[in-house]
Ligand binder design. Sequence first.
Ligand SMILES: *Cc1c(COP(=O)(O)O)cnc(C)c1O
Length: 353
Amino acid sequence: MKPYWSETLRGLSPYVPGEQPQQASLLKLNTNENPYAPSPAALAAIRAAADGDLRLYPDPDGSALKRAVAAAHGLDTANVFLGNGSDEVLAHAFLGLLKHPRPLLFPDITYSFYPVYCALYDIAYEEIPLDGEFRVRLGDYARPNGGIVLPNPNAPTGIALSRAELRSLLAGNPDSVVLVDEAYVDFGAESAVPLIGEFANLLVTQTLSKSRALAGLRVGYALGAPDLIGALETVKGCFNSYPLDRLALAGATAALADNAWFADTCGKIAASRDWLTAELGKLGFEVLPSRANFVFARHATRSGASLQQALRARNVLVRRFDRPRIADFLRITVGTQAECETLLASLREIGLD
Ligand SMILES: *Cc1c(COP(=O)(O)O)cnc(C)c1O
């Protein structure tokens, strides 16, 4: 009984984020955080911004950060929307651009926040099944819709579509928005951003949480034609004028300027991912071909639940989704090379070699 709750809230089941344990001794491979620290320049900028000016509200438009994002992608500031993490950007897009009489389409196995936004905003949707190899079958999206949302690479499979495939999806779907959620694109997939000039209905979201190692700062953004950005600005203006605080604006602007740090850490993670994929294969795992900073893997003989539990007993956290088709898969975040080796040593202890 929740007598004070609104009718809207009563039927909702919130998204459940991965565990954030208070115990420091655990190896956290469960929430796709970056194992490396953020750019030292970003940390210095955040420290420098921690001064008496915190008494003042931040720039509601985030102009300096918008210029940095636009410059990083060869776009104009009118193509950029900023949010408090890309989850907030996605929420605004669901309300402002993806809520229509026709159903929103997304894969049956994908980021589990999408159905949560649909429930919150009362958006009709259809889940389009991935094929037997857990790939997006683009032909299945050629049906009447009020929008399409896809992560690329997909989560939690890690499998990416090419830019050519996305172009054909966009060309065949001119009447509704196609939102490409590029939370993991920097680890080795092709970005759809170069298609923005070509397609007025393309919205791309990115985040500083994964590839820029700033999950704790909460900065994400959307890129698209000014009309789409205008819709997001309208939702934002009806919701929270200051989603990004002064520290976030300063840190994110500096992080985007440090491309050497970015390229070095993303390169290390991609190399460890490919090595980990091969090593897990030797231990009897089927590993989907990942272009992200995680791998999605199931063992030939051991259940996902038993492996997750056995790893937990050895202080290693991984994520599992208790859902049809994928309950035996573990989603394992790619750590440092040493952390990947610790994971493999734990799996050998469990008796998988
Ligand atoms: C992590 C993630 C996000 C959101 O991340 P923020 O930290 O809110 O920027 C969005 N989409 C997918 C698929 C993700 O995995």
